[in-house]
Design a protein around this ligand. Sequence first.
Ligand SMILES: Cc1ncc(COP(=O)(O)O)c(C=O)c1O
Length: 403
Amino acid sequence: MTPIAPAKEALALHGGTPVRAKFLPYGRQSIDEEDITAVAETLRSDWLTTGPKVGEFEEAFAAWVGARYAVSFSSGTAALHGAAFAAGLGPGDEAITSPLTFAATANCVLYQGGTPVFSDVREDTLNIDPERVSERITARTKALLPVDYAGHPADLDALHKIAGRHGLIVIEDGCHALGAEHRGRRVGRISHMTVFSFHPVKHLTTGEGGMVTTDNVRFADTLRKFRNHGISSEARERQAHGQWHYEMVLLGFNYRLTDIACALGLRQLAKIESNLARRRQIAARYSETLSSISGVTLPVVQDHVLPAWHLYPVRLKLDSLKVSRAEIFQALRAENLGVNVHYIPVHLHPYYRDRFGYKPGDYPLAESAYERLVSLPIFHGMTDRDVEDVISALRKVMAEYAA
Ligand SMILES: Cc1ncc(COP(=O)(O)O)c(C=O)c1O
């Protein structure tokens, strides 16, 4: 008797039963009772903002990362703005960054009246390619703004060498990379300034929130003023002039993070090691099992880094598939998998096209990656069942569409 091949399961997109009954997002927060208690205690305290939790969170964060100073901000975007200001970026200045990032990375240069200059990514890690960066440097270049894409640190050695040669400041966008390591050193203690985000999909959340870490006392001082209207509120000045006295010494903003948020951040920071361990476990399971699925390329990890796995982005081998990324994306969504795409290259957003004249083809590696990328769900609260559902759904969809 000839064996009968098992019937291929119909895709949910075509009316079949989805792999999951409930939608699984690509990322989400984990909040436990300790977090809720800490926030409630702060709500009952005298200080909802500018109180003691802010300093406590900043000190604990700096200590964990291994930086001398950490200055909190109301978002990662505000933190990037602060870093661009502290670096002295202004009209006429250029900062070189990756096109494959969230728009906020480049926008912070525009906030300061400077010009973001994009430089294409490496094909393997999708991080900015240091060799191309050198070609983009002009007399106006003031800063490099590498992004640790998906939580894999950029080529920080090479970038710092270039920065040293040209007297540039390195502002690292580490919004994906809290807990990542580069040659055994944690992201946050390597660059002149490193920026983090505490949005709910990140490794640690405060609702909205951000941080800049630095070893440079002048940067730390400027960052503190900038996020507080540019006000210098040194105790000795207040004593000299009476308690009411303060001086605005630069044009800042209200970018403060509240004590409510910092109380949550402190509790979340206490769980960062286990959150990272869980993300690494999930990534290892994906890498081990998904390598047998044809039609996808898995993320590359360089030998000298330990990624933080904010994202797990696979790339579709479009040549060996019957359909486009859009159809695969819809098919995975129909299976109730919250896949996503990171990122539409920044230069292709209408604002950047209209203002700077960018067009498709300007950064071919970032664009080619974008057309193929699909971020699979990864977050520390995922159960083993969730992880296996992702694997099953990807296997089911790719089997349907393999050419
Ligand atoms: C690479 C990158 N930079 C900056 C940001 C901005 O952070 P936030 O959302 O906290 O403003 C994000 C947020 O998703 C990000 O992914």
